[in-house]
Design a protein around this ligand. Sequence first.
Ligand code: PNS
Length: 162
Amino acid sequence: MKKAVCPGSFDPVTNGHLDIVERAASLFDEVIVAVGVNKSKNRLFSPEERIGMLEQATAALPNVSVAGFTGLLTTFCQQQEATAIVKGLRAVSDYEYELQMAQMNASLTRIETVFVPTSPEWSFLASSLVKEVAAFGGDVSGLVPEFVLGPLLEKLAARPVE
Ligand code: PNS
């Protein structure tokens, strides 16, 4: 049984993330969407909120589960007995950083990283841009699952992006 971990900050989940998760679910027997901590990013949603949104977004995918993790991604993968990490690549600009992380993770536990090219319709999409556009009143419906829109606007109203 081939088990993969699909890690990210998911702050919040976007349709681009879901594109990668759905395609990972078609490649592996089991996929764990792992909500982690990226120390270089400020978060709008708590880990529990991000996990809840991902659970709702992936409810129709029977071989996908969602979990939070702290610490190293490779430790989480070992605990879950996952043999691969799946990451989406939007553009060449993603590649350098993702390659570095893939090689670091492989050096720690020999885990493989599988890169899935983002579908062209989502290649410009990033959670950070969704938050920025929404904070300035732009329309982000169609970029995130519909049920994310309400909580996103509520959070931004309470804590506007500076
Ligand atoms: O969505 P992001 O922000 O690109 O996700 C990055 C994340 C959370 C997957 C990455 O920062 C991560 O793996 N963090 C866990 C800590 C870790 O293992 N760091 C070493 C990476 S080589």
